[in-house]
Design a protein around this ligand. Structure first.
Ligand code: AMP
Ligand code: ZN
Length: 460
């Protein structure tokens, strides 16, 4: 069976044909590093990690290149830097903020079982490429300078040049409607009200770089140009897959396509545009004001990362996901069972029943259902399939201690209470043995008595 992927641009599932099977290339928009990443940010990380693993399985590890950027130029970063390090020059404070939050991001996504991408470029290290693309756009008549800004004109792009894609094609919008619907308070230096910023002047104290297009004052890039520059540098003018959350289709990805295709005079930037659906929490939009904003870091204090991973993959990546405590508890039970059954087994080839749904536009819920099917049969295939999906990264023993750590249960204390209870039962003091059982239950520990003795697990 061949791999088929849903492409947002053509709005259909198509067979995946790489430009070069020896060098399959994927770009995914990464985080803006100004704070702890939230569980919504974990969704593209996990979804595209599964795709990365699947592509490596199909084309070979050495033949897949995955680029996920780190956005380290942003107003939110500047604000945080000024707030947290008021005594430092802004540039130094910014470096501190992005170093710290970048490290935190890595710790979080490592715990989720996501492989590191082949390259993780930072925006600040690609200012030269951004300037070069901007120069090309100005020369080509797609962008213009006004009051030390460089602006891209979607109208110029759509003005009859049939070698280029149509601005609005990716997000399925018409430029006329966008023009009509544009806000009334459009900046006065813009010629058209849908024009967007490629480069802008820096305010005093803000990070700044020499400007392109003959502008004397130093400035800084707009957000969209960053990804065009980093994708170009690391993957070339055209590549296979571009991914991100559904919220990025417009304007971010629409603008990326526009910049890249106009700069390099081509019809396509990526051959497949993939977008994950949004995550909400207990049926509500996640937001700081609703108080239901959860970071990956907080969740990892209570749950092993693989539980979060499984919980994410139970829903198809294009559907919205409702993140609930109930579902997390079920995911924890499932994973626990898999660890006990398969973690210490020699992994076999991943089962066709698991790989086939993945080939069908990453149908992870169906793949997970197939894993349940293997549970009573080929355990080697179960182990191999789970590893393909990024599970079972540790032994069953390590898993037990991680679970206990995550749940805050002190294993030594549990063992001590269990032997006290065993002694109470031996002397037929059932009042005391029940009391200890209740005490353990209150600690979140379930016990099971059998002929071999008493075993325990962390109950959720
Ligand atoms: P940001 O740092 O906000 O640019 O987001 C980084 C990535 O996380 C992007 O691909 C976003 O589309 C994605 N993302 C942000 N919020 C959510 C959410 N609630 N559900 C799913 N994906 C999200
Ligand atoms: Zn991007």
């Amino acid at each position: 069976m061949e791999l088929r992927l849903y492409d947002t641009l053509s709005r259909e599932k198509r067979p995946f044909v790489p430009l070069d099977a020896k060098n399959v290339r994927m770009y995914v928009c990464g985080p803006t590093v100004y704070d702890f990443a939230h569980i919504g940010n974990a969704r593209p990380v996990i979804v595209f990690d599964v795709l990365f693993r699947l592509l490596r399985h199909l084309y070979g590890e050495a033949h897949v290149k995955y680029v996920r950027n780190i956005t380290d130029v942003d107003d939110k970063i500047n604000d945080r830097a000024a707030r947290d390090f008021p005594g430092l020059p802004l540039n130094e404070a910014i470096r501190k903020v992005t170093e710290q939050t970048g490290k935190q991001f890595h710790a979080d996504v490592d715990a989720l079982g996501a492989l590191r991408p082949s390259v993780e470029p930072r925006a600040t290290e690609h200012i030269g490429e951004m300037r070069e693309i901007i120069e090309r756009l100005v020369k080509g008549g797609f962008a213009y300078v006004a009051e030390d800004h460089v602006l891209f004109s979607p109208q110029a792009m759509n003005a009859g040049n049939s070698d280029l894609p149509r601005y609005g094609a990716l997000s399925n919008r018409s430029l006329d409607e966008m023009v009509a619907g544009a806000r009334v308070d459009v900046a006065p230096y813009k010629k058209g009200n849908t024009d967007f910023v490629l480069w802008k002047p820096s305010k005093p104290g803000e990070p700044s770089w020499p400007s392109p297009a003959g502008i004397k004052a130093e400035g800084r890039p707009g957000w969209h140009i960053e990804c065009s520059a980093m994708a170009w540098k690391h993957l070339g003018e055209q590549f296979d897959i571009h991914g991100g959350g559904i919220d990025l289709v417009f304007p971010h990805h629409e603008n990326e396509v526009a910049q890249t295709c106009c700069a390099f005079h081509q019809q396509r930037m990526a051959n497949y545009w993939m977008h994950n659906g949004f995550l909400q929490v207990e049926s509500e939009k996640m937001s700081k004001s609703l108080g239901n904003f959860i970071t990956i870091h907080e969740l990892l204090a209570d749950w092993p990362g693989e539980v979060l991973r499984l919980n994410m993959l139970k829903t198809h990546y294009r559907s919205p996901i409702d993140w609930t405590m109930k579902s997390l508890e079920e995911s924890a039970k499932t994973l626990d069972d898999w660890y006990r059954t398969a973690a210490d087994v020699e992994p076999g080839r991943p089962a066709a029943s698991v790989v086939e749904p993945l080939l069908d536009d990453l149908n992870t819920p169906l793949a997970i259902a197939a894993l349940h099917g293997l549970r009573g049969g080929d355990i080697g295939a179960l182990a191999g399939s789970l590893r393909l999906l990024g599970f079972l990264s540790e032994s069953a023993g390590q898993w037990e201690s991680r679970k206990q750590q995550a749940s805050g249960v002190d294993a030594g204390e549990v063992e001590r209470l269990i032997s006290e209870r065993t002694a109470a039962r031996a002397r037929k003091d059932f009042g005391e043995s029940d009391r200890i059982r209740d005490l353990l239950a209150a600690m979140g520990v379930a016990i099971k008595d059998s002929k071999e003795g008493t075993t325990w697990e962390v109950a959720r």
